[in-house]
Design a protein around this ligand. Sequence first.
Ligand code: KDG
Length: 322
Amino acid sequence: LPHAVCLGESMAVLLPDGPGPLETISTFSASAGGAESNVACALAALGVPSAWISRVGDDGFGRRLVAEVAAHGVDTSAVAVDPRRPTGVYLKEIGGSEHPNDLGAGRSRLHYYRAGSAASALSPELLADPAAARLLTAARMLHLTGITPALSDSCLALVRALLDPGRRRGRLVSFDLNWRPVLWHGRDPRVLLGLLNAADVLLLGADEAEAALGTADPEVLRAMFPSPATVVVKDSGHTVTALGQGGPAVTEPALTVEVVEPTGAGDAFAAGYLAGTARGLDQRRRLRLGHLTAACTLTVHGDQGRIPPDDVVAALLALPAE
Ligand code: KDG
């Protein structure tokens, strides 16, 4: 049974064969990705038994998605198949060509085709599903993101139900803001405020916090969200600060790597941090395992990096603080 459950939509991913705006791309390779399943896969790679709960369409993309996530060792037994709605899809656009419409080297953009998807029909009914209830009852950690409440009213209701103190049974709930402004068109993103404050571990990127919450200042964010035991703020200089409830903040710089493409790095950081939490590491080493896992993803094109062998990870974690 899983130690951690990650819940949210994943999609078929169409990755262009090279950089450039979509009007110039003729070949895409298909894979699978999504914030919460990325976290589940990286947790499994780090030795934390994990499960991913979602819904997919009764189509080839859905079957591929479940198979790919399961191939990472993630429990997919509670992924429901919707006979009517399709699996969502996203295309990735990668900058770095000479074309005038290029995004710019090192930048990427996601284009979503997910409105009305199978996963957007996630709802509190999930809690009565025996397969999902079995995993949730066993899990010591539940990972959610700010993507799910943007998808539909029923998704928002499910996230609210999962954060309800009466249903938590001592499970640690982590919540990554994952601010996706395009998904909030026509919906009120202020609902996020209450959700973020209901988590135990709140993960925020400084850029997205500035955009969604109006500040990137770790102390201000800590004061804005008093309930979580820990608020983790990842700043644009790639330093991460963890703030508990009182006591000194812990700040840890990232590893210096050649960034190939950033998608999925935030998910990898979350997985590393949560794996460090599951291992009972101190705050600094949790952050360090987050950085290390993120670095593995920053240096590849896909959503997942390859985690180095255990002895390399252990040596990096053991380095003294700078
Ligand atoms: O963090 C990476 C995710 O953004 C990507 O895999 C797609 O889940 C996704 C989303 O909704 O943006």
